[in-house]
Design a binder for this molecule. Structure first.
Ligand code: DX5
Ligand code: ZN
Length: 220
């Protein structure tokens, strides 16, 4: 079953509660993009906003930390109500430890990987995480074009998970819409982040259904 994670980054930030209400029924997760202007060239939301959004949604919160020294902030995002936290393998020199801190705090632990980073970079940490977040654009902004070369990389990660007998899920983030979703789902992704393809559309439930329909997983 495919899970759809609308990315709040493409929502109207002057009315976040109303925006979240438009996806509350049809979404499986709410994806929250945390950027620090250092690891990526943009600054977005922090724990205060995550905590505020927590009050208006029952969805699991999927916090994607695009920040340097992510381990330093894990506690704050756990306290703010994160249910899933991913840290970039390019930003965290002590990956297994960071993943353990997330799990000890009761959340699912993910490793995010940039488009130019080879799948092998996950090899030592994949046994310690609950999901891999494969970036299909260079992180920093919504609305960028999907990078095709990540499709074979998803297949490779999927194979790594299978061969090691793990239950690690694969989430894909960047340029996902009804056109690009089928290839990543066929390659093994089960969680799809979509920013502009959901919040950029007038009818959000229909936008999410269009992605599900495209991957042949229309909800009953
Ligand atoms: C990009 C973020 C994404 C972004 C996706 O750095 O990590 O989550 O919101 O936006 P779209 O779906 O528009 O590419
Ligand atoms: Zn993201």
């Amino acid at each position: 079953m495919i899970k759809i994670a609308p990315s709040l980054l493409s929502a109207d930030f002057t009315r976040l509660a109303d925006e979240i209400a438009t996806i509350e029924e049809g979404a499986d997760l709410l994806h929250l993009d945390v950027m620090d202007g250092h690891f990526v060239p943009n600054i977005t939301i922090g724990p205060m906003i995550v905590k505020a959004c927590r009050k208006v949604s029952k969805l699991p919160f999927d916090c994607h930390l695009m920040i340097s020294s992510p381990q330093q902030y894990i506690g704050e995002f756990l306290a703010a109500g994160a249910d899933m936290i991913s840290v970039h393998c390019e930003a965290e020199p002590h990956l297994q430890r960071a993943l353990q801190v997330i799990r000890d705090g009761g959340a699912k632990a993910g490793v995010a990987i940039n488009p130019a980073t080879p799948a092998e970079a996950l090899s030592a940490a994949i046994d310690f995480c609950d999901y891999i977040l494969v970036m299909s654009v260079n992180p920093g902004f919504g609305g960028q074009r999907f990078l095709e070369p990540v499709v074979p990389k998803i297949r490779q990660i999927s194979r790594m998970v299978r061969e090691r007998g793990l239950t690690v899920e694969i989430e894909v983030d960047g340029g996902i819409d009804a056109q690009t979703a089928p290839a990543v789902a066929a390659a093994g992704a089960t969680m799809l982040v979509a920013g502009s393809a959901v919040f950029g559309r007038e009818n959000r439930p229909a936008a999410m259904e269009a992605i599900r329909a495209a991957v042949g997983a229309v909800r009953a």
